[in-house]
Design a protein around this ligand. Structure first.
Ligand code: SAM
Ligand code: SF4
Length: 333
């Protein structure tokens, strides 16, 4: 089958699939405390998620990341990982990964490893239990640390994702780095993005540019830039003193769209061709219209043909430009 190439010549080889909009945490930058979740009937079933993933793999997707909401709270989620693992066995898929808040990892890490998952991304913004409870509203730090330990024990490599938040975890920059170095985890910092129903003032107030963070890092470590790119918004450096790889996800300070290789599909089958644009294609209708994939594949191709050049997020003006109302938990982070 002809692989997926968008109008700007970018081959689409990476699918990020959200399997639920629900979550057992309520991170302040991601969700409101009292969220209205989607009715269950709107969600793709596990079988539909599997069919959709397999269709993308058939069209040349080499990497698949399962995300959410919190993917590991979806009932029966291991059935999906088990069935997707066959694509790893055949070599059709290079990598199956998951982004999680870590709350269920103690329960599932070993099974994920059995399914061929080699890496997990765990979101952790602070190592202070009180601050953790404050930022996640419903989360418990020890549960997440146990989950991370279980992932490590199962042989999974762990990447910690920390959202850089002004006045919140600035003072933990070196603590986080040292903890990750001691535990052998990679670490990536993310700039807070203008998603969801939040006041602009709040968002601008929380924004800690990673250029700033990096400059602070340079006061203690020798930073060697790495040339590797993932096709996404991350750039990487290595700290000479610890040998650690540190990532920076800077959707706001740098434009990364030229090399974009990915699309996102939500748990209801909405395909977003760009994280920062509203345009989407419904894949649920073609999925449900027929047991054959012809309509589904046609819908995917038609959507890729209108993948936009890039996003319009911009904090450089007095207000937040390009903000969109979708939350990360909806689109799948
Ligand atoms: N629940 C899982 C987790 O927290 O890792 C997966 C989904 S979560 C939406 C994925 C990532 O998006 C997390 O690392 C989270 O910190 C990040 N995120 C959520 N809202 C964000 C925002 N407004 N700006 C930047 N990152 C955000
Ligand atoms: Fe849940 Fe992840 Fe959003 Fe936090 S960032 S509320 S853990 S989906």
């Amino acid at each position: 089958m002809t692989p997926l190439v968008d109008p700007f010549g970018r081959a689409i080889s990476y699918l990020r699939l959200s399997v639920t909009d629900r979550c057992d945490f309520r991170c302040t930058y991601c969700m409101a405390e009292h969220m209205q979740f989607l009715p269950k009937r709107d969600l793709l079933t596990l079988e539909e998620l599997e069919r959709l993933s397999s269709a993308f793999i058939g069209l040349g997707a080499r990497r698949l990341r399962i995300t959410g909401g919190e993917p590991l709270v979806r009932k029966g989620i291991m059935t999906l990982f088990r069935s997707l693992s066959r694509h790893l066995a055949t070599g059709a898929l290079d990598e199956l990964t998951v982004t999680t808040n870590g709350s269920q990892l103690a329960r599932y890490a070993a099974e994920l490893a059995e399914c061929g998952v080699r890496r997990v991304n765990v979101s952790l913004d602070t190592l202070d239990a009180k601050k953790f409870a404050e930022i996640t509203r419903w989360g418990h730090l020890p549960q997440v640390l146990d989950g991370i330990a279980a992932a490590k024990a199962a042989g999974l490599s762990v990447k910690i994702n920390a959202v850089a938040l002004k006045g919140f975890n600035e003072d933990e920059l070196f603590t986080l780095i040292e903890w990750c170095a001691a535990e052998g985890h990679d670490l990536t910092f993310i700039e807070v993005m203008p998603m969801g129903e939040f006041g602009e003032a709040v968002r601008l107030d929380q924004y800690w540019p990673l250029s700033d963070l990096r400059a602070r890092l340079a006061t203690r470590y020798t930073i060697n830039a790495l040339s590797e790119r993932t096709g996404g918004p991350a750039s990487y450096v290595r700290l000479a003193e610890t040998g650690q790889k540190i990532g920076f996800i800077t959707p706001l300070t740098h434009n990364f769209c030229e090399s974009c290789n990915r699309v996102r599909v939500t748990c209801t089958g909405e395909m977003f061709m760009c994280l920062g644009q509203e345009d989407m294609a419904d894949l649920r209708a073609p999925l449900r219209a027929d047991t054959d994939d012809t309509l589904l594949v046609a819908a995917i191709r038609a959507a890729i043909a209108r993948k936009p050049k890039g996003h319009d997020f911009d904090y450089s003006r007095a207000h937040v430009g390009g903000a969109i109302s979708r939350t990360m938990s909806h689109t799948g982070g």
